[in-house]
Design a protein around this ligand. Sequence first.
Ligand code: RP5
Length: 214
Amino acid sequence: MTRKKSRSRKEKWSIGGNFSRHRPLVGVIMGSTSDWETLEHAASTLAGLGIPHETRVVSAHRTPDLLFEYAESAEQRGIEVIIAGAGGAAHLPGMTASKTVLPVLGVPVASKSLQGLDSLLSIAQMPGGIPVGTLAIGKAGAINSALLAAAILGVKYPAIREALRKFRDLQTNRVLAVPDPSIGPPVNKNDHGRRAYGWKDRSAQRRKKSGKRA
Ligand code: RP5
């Protein structure tokens, strides 16, 4: 069900370059399938920007050999940025970073007992010498990990840089489109920022249903 949700999100604001046949540039890994709920926001953001990526479950504690293999082979396989999300004693991002010189962006997944504060500290408090770019806990961090990956890749790939610029413009337009939230969004079908984010014009839907014209 969640995979379906990601596809529709991609369709709503796909603004990226034509990288569809390209090898994955970003590896999105997570410690458990339960982390997908969070990391899918990284994946769908990458998809929206047109950045080829792969998604894998790699557990630092339960599949340590797989983690080493993944991190050691990533560069050779053409991966340029790794996004690693984990919760609790979140060792995945740090251990991955210790086995590759690729940039590793860590996403702290909200844990049940400590709401992700444990994940955040486990990921951020790396010893000097092995950095992990640590994002915010949960969905915001997952989205931002993808945007940061885009910014890193954008230095080398102009199409990704432009996709990121477009994303930022759409985001700005979305905010400016609603100066007063008590009034609601203007009914303007040419508002690309609004449509790009799948903002449903409910009053238009209601009018259509009742057969009334605007
Ligand atoms: C961590 O333990 C995972 O990253 C996950 O966030 C957490 C719980 O894992 P499950 O018990 O849901 O598999 O390693």
